[in-house]
Design a protein. Structure first.
Length: 256
């Protein structure tokens, strides 16, 4: 059960952030409305939402998930793989320490983005990607092992359609994963019940289980229907402006 979430609204220069997409320039006013709706959904799921102020020094700072990995027995500040994002971590660390969290830190030469880390109960999948390298993954694995968690590496660096592991994978609880076709046959996921997202709805694979609900991007009817058929309560949220900047639902909050 999550009780808290940390978020940061997009700054006025959000469009200057990093992206591999070619979906047009994000509308800042619309992004703010979508972000507010996202925060409202977290509150509906029972979370207290703590909001950091927008940070125009770092246009990608709204994607707070990449700055930390938070599990019940292990909390780690990351070292983002994009150099322009390095300055985002300090403010997040200050906010989390103010709430009593004891934080470890990924150190150079390791790089690690939170979007590459998928907690699945007592097991954690660590993605190797353009943003998370082997040194960062090994450091996190040691932190997790010391806290009693098992982990495994999933190399997604050759899957061009996703930036991070969680761009194509979500933990739904109940021994079940939501994932894209390119990950469905990976041996790391063989022991799990898998809901495979159709290729034309791949963006919907980045969903977020938050207590009794699953946040899912709006506009992906077949994926939402499969979640309902599996017994989940989806909350659909418009993510159009964040998708333009390589972002998904999980990216917009740290949940703990």
């Amino acid at each position: 059960m999550f009780t808290q979430a940390l978020v940061r609204a997009p700054s006025s220069n959000f469009a200057a952030g990093l992206t591999r997409e070619n979906l047009g320039v994000p509308d800042h006013a619309l992004a703010l409305r979508q972000h507010a709706a996202y925060c409202d959904a977290l509150r509906r799921c029972g979370l207290d939402v703590h909001e950091l102020p927008p940070d125009p020094r770092h246009p990608d700072a709204t994607f707070v998930e990449d700055t930390a990995v938070l599990l019940p027995r292990c909390a780690v500040l990351t070292r983002p793989g994009a150099p322009s994002r390095a300055g985002e971590v300090e403010a997040v660390g200050q906010a989390l320490r103010a709430q009593g969290l004891v934080l470890q830190q990924i150190e150079a030469p390791g790089t690690l983005d939170g979007g590459d880390i998928c907690e699945a109960g007592e097991h954690v999948f660590i993605g190797l990607s353009a943003r998370t390298n082997a040194a960062g993954a090994e450091q996190l694995a040691r932190c997790l092992a010391a806290a009693g968690y098992a982990s495994s590496l999933v190399d997604v660096s050759d899957i061009s359609s996703i930036l991070h592991l969680k761009s194509g994978l979500s933990w739904l609880g109940d021994g079940r994963l939501l994932l894209i076709e390119a990950l469905a046959g990976h041996p790391a996921f063989a022991g799990y019940d898998r809901i495979v997202v159709d290729s034309d709805e791949a963006y919907a694979a980045n969903a977020v289980r938050v207590n009794a609900h699953v946040l899912v991007a709006a506009g992906y009817a077949r994926t939402t229907a499969r979640l309902r058929e599996a017994g989940y309560a989806p909350l659909e949220l418009d993510m159009s402006e964040f998708r333009k900047m390589d972002g998904g639902l999980s990216c917009l909050s740290l949940r703990y």
